[in-house]
Design a protein around this ligand. Structure first.
Ligand SMILES: [Zn+2]
Ligand SMILES: [Zn+2]
Length: 372
């Protein structure tokens, strides 16, 4: 076994042994910061909460390349006991990126800057925005992420140069009507009538079916204890998905208008709020091409998968949304993962970690040049 392969597996087993939830990655951050410092990086901690940044500069001017790994584990209940488990593989991502950082430090950077970004709280979709607010990507020209893929999508020895996550948002609506005695409904505005009109209006929105896009009502609460009174309040929530950010924006606008008009049609008022979400993936063709080259170099032509589209969300895509000039890429790594991500018994072949390390090292070498 090569030293690097043994090292990434060692880093993985250390991080796997300290699973911590989003923004509580205290031990994880301390370990990552300590290893980066040892390797000779300029280290910044507490970035956007518990994030860690390591910076290494080359002698000549050049681009700033950031490698981003998420750090957080998931909350699970196993045999009635609450616990944190690394069931999304963020320990693997941090191990690979830290191992790449160590290798790059040994070999030295020729030109530009390598920025190692350990981002907290991906699972709660807060972490990326937190590190962006802290200025983490102000100077970054290109950013690359990596994620383990379930066995159904990619096997060990395979990788995709681009993983296209969808945009996903939640909308909440409160409807206000006018209460009245059940015997005198003409004096009130029934919030349930308004809610029913809203549900129909939402279901009548049709977007271009060529791009996977959907909106569904996922919550409807109305009425109370008094079954002989006209209810004056209703609450709805909508789950909204699209593989395209432009379509998502249009859908949010159309939904808001449909809700307002539907409620008004029976004399009620609707207040709608977008309760957060994540944008869809937007990648730089240059980085995707580089990732393709890297995968072929490491795994051979037979290891190169086409781009993969997944309906799941990733807060990585805030980097491009908040800084559109940044060139982004996101690799999906096959590792015979089963039974699935977010499963408390998620397992994968740790022998695949070295593949991820070599793919990322290839990209680092092409962008900032490794001296040896
Ligand atoms: Zn996850
Ligand atoms: Zn994940």
């Amino acid at each position: 076994m090569s030293d690097t392969k043994a090292r990434v597996e060692e880093l993985y087993s250390i991080l796997h042994g300290m699973p911590e939830l989003g923004l509580k990655e205290i031990k994880t951050a301390a370990f990552l910061a300590e290893q980066l410092t040892k390797a000779g990086y300029e280290v910044q901690t507490g970035v956007g909460g518990t994030g860690v940044i390591g910076v290494m500069r080359g002698d000549a001017p050049g681009p700033v390349l950031a490698l981003r790994a998420d750090m957080d584990a998931l909350h699970h209940i196993v045999n009635g006991i609450e616990c944190a488990i690394h069931s999304c593989g963020h320990d693997a991502h941090s191990a690979m990126v830290l191992c790449v950082a160590e290798q790059a430090a040994k070999r030295k950077i020729a030109a530009g800057t390598l920025k190692i970004l350990f981002q907290p709280a991906e699972e709660t979709l807060q972490g990326a925005q937190g590190v962006i607010d802290a200025g983490a990507i102000n100077d970054v020209d290109a950013i690359v992420g990596i994620h383990l893929r379930p066995g159904q999508e990619a096997k060990r020895g395979q990788a995709t140069p681009a993983l296209y996550h969808g945009a996903s948002y939640i909308m909440e609506t409160t409807i206000e009507g006018v209460t009245a005695h059940g015997a005198r409904p003409h004096l009130g505005v029934n919030a349930i009538d308004a809610a029913a009109a809203v549900v129909n209006a939402i279901n009548a929105i049709h977007m271009n079916p060529v791009v996977p896009t959907s909106i569904k009502v996922t919550k409807l609460h109305a009425g109370g204890a008094a079954l002989n009174a006209i209810p004056d309040k209703a609450e709805l929530a909508m789950d909204i998905r699209s593989q395209d950010n432009g379509l998502m924006e249009e859908l949010l606008k159309r939904a808001e208008r449909a809700i307002e008009n539907a409620a008004a049609s029976v004399g009620a008022k609707a207040v709608t709020k977008v309760k957060g979400g994540v944008p869809a993936a937007e990648y730089s063709e240059e980085i995707v091409e580089l990732a393709r080259e890297a995968i072929v170099a490491v795994l051979g032509k037979e290891g190169l998968l086409p781009p993969i589209t997944t309906p799941g969300g990733e807060d990585f895509h805030f980097f491009v949304k908040r800084k559109p000039s940044i060139k982004a890429g996101y690799i999906g790594l096959g590792c015979n993962l089963s039974p699935g991500l977010h499963h408390p018994e998620m397992k994968f072949d740790t022998g695949a970690l070295i593949d991820g390390v070599n793919i990322l090292l290839y990209i680092v070498n092409k962008m900032v040049g490794l001296k040896s």
